[in-house]
Design a protein around this ligand. Structure first.
Ligand code: BTN
Length: 148
C-alpha cells in the first residue's frame, strides 16, 4: 500500500494534467441536442472545415428518418476559444435543407455547450407558398459522453 501511493499520485497528476490540457470546443465528436437528435462530427481540417452525420429525432415530414450528411466550418478553436461555427444538413430522406449557426461555450462546470439557431427550408410546390416554407428555431447541444 505504501509503495502504491507514490505511483497513484503520479498517475493522478498525469491524468489530471492531461484533462486540463485537452482543448475545449473543437467540434469533433458526438453531440446530442434538446430534441434528442444527435450528430457525429468528423475531424476538423486545418481550415476548420468538417463533415459529419446528423441523426434527427424529429421531422416535419412523414418520411422514415435516416441519418443524413452535414458539412460545416468552424473558426479554429486553437486561435480563438469559444468559437463560432455553421453547418448545413442535407436531409437524405426528404427534399429539405437545414442550416445551423452557433457558438461553442464552456460553462462554469467546464462543460461544452453549443448554442445554435437553425433555418429549415422545406420544398413547396409554387412561389405562392414560399411564405410558409422556412421554419426557424434554436437547439442546444451537449457532448455525448459515451464515445464509441
Ligand atoms: C425535415 O423534416 O424536413 C427534415 C428534418 C428536419 C429536422 C429539424 S432540423 C432543426 C431541428 N433540430 C433537429 O435536431 N431536428 C429538427
Amino acid at each position: 500500500m505504501v509503495q502504491a501511493t507514490p505511483f497513484l499520485l503520479v498517475l493522478f497528476l498525469v491524468l489530471g494534467a492531461h484533462g486540463l490540457s485537452v482543448k475545449k470546443c473543437a467540434l469533433t465528436g458526438r453531440w446530442v441536442n434538446d430534441l434528442g437528435s444527435n450528430m457525429t462530427i468528423k475531424i476538423l481540417n486545418s481550415n476548420g472545415d468538417f463533415s459529419g452525420i446528423y441523426n434527427t429525432s424529429v421531422s416535419a415530414t412523414t418520411q422514415k428518418i435516416i441519418p443524413s450528411p452535414l458539412l460545416g466550418s468552424q473558426n479554429l478553436p486553437n486561435q480563438q476559444n469559444q468559437s463560432t461555427f455553421g453547418f448545413t444538413v442535407h436531409w437524405s430522406f426528404t427534399n429539405s435543407i437545414t442550416v445551423f449557426t452557433g457558438q461553442c461555450f464552456v460553462d462554469n462546470d467546464g462543460k461544452e455547450v453549443l448554442r445554435t439557431m437553425w433555418l429549415l427550408r422545406s420544398r413547396v410546390e409554387s412561389i405562392s407558398s414560399d411564405w410558409k416554407a422556412t421554419r426557424v428555431g434554436t437547439n442546444v447541444f451537449t457532448r455525448l459522453q459515451l464515445q464509441e
